[in-house]
Design a protein around this ligand. Structure first.
Ligand SMILES: Cc1ncc(COP(=O)(O)O)c(C=O)c1O
Length: 407
């Protein structure tokens, strides 16, 4: 489908290949750091999932400890908890933020040894209430999606004991892979740095192959290849590969190429956030959405608008809207739609997070990235409104108007 607009922006150009390859030739700095504005010095590590494993180890939790995290979350978080030798206790989410519910955390806190508070979509968990509900148990903040978001003037990542960040392609900086660890506790910071310093170092060859693979994946994820072939390849891969194989967890130091590109792009983060927030504001003003279909910022909250999720009335409305937009050459994502199935199959989820289950079936993410053109934004808003109007009129013939394109 020529011209299909991808939902995410995988930013990796020819110039990044030469930048990345040059960086692979430099000597690795021992105890290198990444500076994140508003946060401080962070320790680079292979990925956010590896960072979670390291964070759990640094907290010194006993083997088999129980870590509470929200069910509506990226499932690699569960994988990382298990890889660190712990078990997962699932917490429901707050419908105002799609992040962890402080009330459900409080109800389950006696069964939990530590908490991973995931800031979804660039939103921020209600951290003052999460801290209260955690009753002194250690908290890891998962800021993989919330780089630059804040609450009451405090950056996401500065409330808990440890914070993890992700720079993986598809995330805000989209550098290939890469993550970072932060703690404002000196002792914990030193322990995190020590644990990272003894991790295996990727070889020069692995780093070079990673640069080339990242470039190829990124062009397959971009116009025009995404519509011509990338989308189909991605669909086939997802269908033929199970969750455990799909998201490998490698605990190593960060690729030198990723460190170099992350360092450069961190300098542009405020500009990128301003652009994406403007796109999100445009949608919020233009889309015919009821107040419950979009997460508004409350006073003193600043969302980076990494993604723009809308909550539809039902799974069928969500799927119909997605199919309609696809027919209009607009890609969308139904993030974590199979999360309760993954959690039950691999992580002993017992079905006690009803709000998260509902949300997972009804959320659709629209493209919101910084490089969208004004004309593309208008087209997305126009087509979404058209579909929403027909859906709200409950016109039974609507489904017949949906292009019959299957991916
Ligand atoms: C909320 C969340 N946590 C953790 C991760 C893991 O990040 P990474 O891909 O850098 O391991 C991701 C994304 O994959 C994520 O979305």
């Amino acid at each position: 489908m020529l011209g299909l607009l991808p939902t995410e922006y995988w930013n990796y150009k020819i110039s990044d290949i030469s930048h990345g390859l040059t960086a692979t030739l430099r000597k690795r700095k021992p105890n290198g750091i990444l500076k994140i504005e508003g946060i401080g010095n962070c320790i680079p590590v292979r990925s956010a999932r590896a960072a979670i494993v390291i964070a759990i180890k640094a907290l010194g939790l006993p083997p088999g400890a129980c870590v509470g995290t929200s069910l509506y979350s990226c499932p690699v978080v569960f994988k990382a908890i298990k890889a660190a030798g712990c078990t997962v206790r699932f917490i429901d989410v707050d419908p105002d933020t799609y992040c962890m519910s402080a009330d459900d955390l409080l109800a389950k806190i006696s069964q939990i040894d530590a908490v991973i508070a995931v800031h979804m979509f660039g939103h921020v968990c209600d951290m003052p209430r999460i801290l209260e509900a955690a009753q002194g148990k250690p908290i890891i903040e998962d800021c993989a999606q919330s780089l630059g978001s804040s609450l009451n003037g405090r950056m996401a990542g500065t409330f808990g004991n440890v914070a993890v960040f992700s720079f993986r392609s598809g995330k805000y900086l989209s550098v290939g892979e890469g993550g970072a660890l932060y703690s404002n506790n000196d002792k914990l910071f030193s322990e995190l740095a020590r644990l990272v310093s003894v991790l295996p170092v990727p070889s020069h060859m692995e780093d070079c192959v990673h640069v080339i693979k990242t470039y190829l994946r990124s062009i397959l994820r971009s116009k025009p290849l995404w519509g011509l072939i990338g989308n189909r390849l991605w669909f086939m891969y997802n269908k033929s590969t199970n969750f455990l194989e799909k998201t490998p967890l490698v605990t190593s130091q960060m690729f030198k190429s990723d460190i170099a590109i992350t360092t450069d792009r961190l300098a542009t983060i405020n500009y990128l956030i301003a652009k994406q927030r403007a796109n999100a504001d445009y949608y919020t003003e233009s889309l015919i959405l009821s107040s419950s279909t979009v997460c508004h910022e409350k006073p003193d909250v600043f969302y980076n608008r990494y993604l723009y999720p809308i909550l539809l009335r039902s799974q069928s409305d969500r799927d119909t809207l997605a199919a309609y937009l696809l027919g209009m050459r607009i890609g969308t994502i139904q993030p974590y739609k199979d999360i309760s199935e993954i959690a039950s199959t691999y992580y002993e989820y017992k079905g006690d997070c009803p709000i998260a289950e509902q949300i997972a079936m009804r959320i659709l993410v629209l493209p919101c990235y910084s490089t969208l053109k004004q004309s593309e934004l208008h087209r997305i808003a126009y087509c979404t409104n058209k579909a929403l109007q027909i859906l709200s009129s409950t016109d039974e013939n609507f489904k017949n108007t949906v292009p019959n394109e299957q991916f």
